[in-house]
Write a protein that binds this ligand. Structure first.
Ligand code: PRP
Length: 213
């Protein structure tokens, strides 16, 4: 395929909203897009190749230039600090990062522990607060950690708040608001600037329309 543009899409929660946004922007994505186990999907009519990656890995593919563009949560970008540019706030999948724990508990005075999928963000946050904590990296189900005594606090994504509530946890502090962003490889941005700018224009029109509603 000539003039192919490769886009890294995050599998999971963001995927549906991101696909919907691309369709609203006028890109013709096949039905296969929504219900497939394929990890590489070519959309010849649009001269797109999509790669379906774990959300945390999207900035890695874009930094290495195997994807020109990517859709990544701000949480992932803050954690990974990759050499990429952020082009547009897509304003989808809004949520925030928060410190949470068992209600009415204080952090252990000696070697308090914080469990998280975001060790860099969590470490920076507690450093700024002047608190020395031990960070315990987990890959999911973070809410388990305080419940079974692995940590005093967690740093995790809160979306609806349901997971915290159903597990009897409360939020102590909000750290930062999160939405998904369109990111680009700096070299791709230079050499494919015209096509990329067209995509940004189309997407930002939809994003602005939705914000005005
Ligand atoms: C995320 C996050 C919380 C939950 C928050 O986990 O880590 O656990 O969603 O959403 P809520 O506020 O709407 O309940 P995810 O489901 O992505 O899976 P994970 O536990 O494997 O990280």
């Amino acid at each position: 395929m000539k003039d192919l543009l490769t886009i890294a899409m995050p599998k999971g929660r963001i995927f549906e909203e991101a696909a919907e946004l691309l369709r609203q922007a006028g890109f013709d994505l096949p039905p296969e897009f929504d219900d497939s186990r394929k990890l590489i999907i070519d959309v010849e009519e649009e001269r797109f190749q999509f790669i379906l990656a774990k959300p945390m890995d999207v900035p890695t593919y874009v930094e290495h230039g195997v994807a020109d563009l990517g859709i990544a949560g701000k949480d992932v970008m803050l954690e990974e600090e990759r050499d990429i540019y952020e082009l547009l706030d897509l304003k989808i999948s809004a949520c925030y990062l928060a410190v949470a724990g068992i209600p009415g508990t204080k952090m252990n005075e000696v070697a308090p522990k914080v469990a998280t999928k975001y060790p860099n963000v969590a470490a920076a946050y507690f450093r700024e607060q002047g608190e020395q904590v031990e960070i315990i990296k987990l890959n999911g189900s973070i809410e388990l950690a305080p419940l079974i005594g692995l940590s005093d606090r967690i740093v995790d994504i809160v979306s609806t708040g349901r997971t915290l509530k159903e597990n009897g946890l409360v939020e102590y502090e909000q750290i930062v608001g999160i939405t998904s962003r369109l990111i680009v490889n700096p070299v791709s941005y230079r050499i494919k600037d015209k096509r990329i700018s067209e995509i940004v224009d189309k997407l930002s029109r939809v994003v602005n329309e939705q914000a005005a509603q």
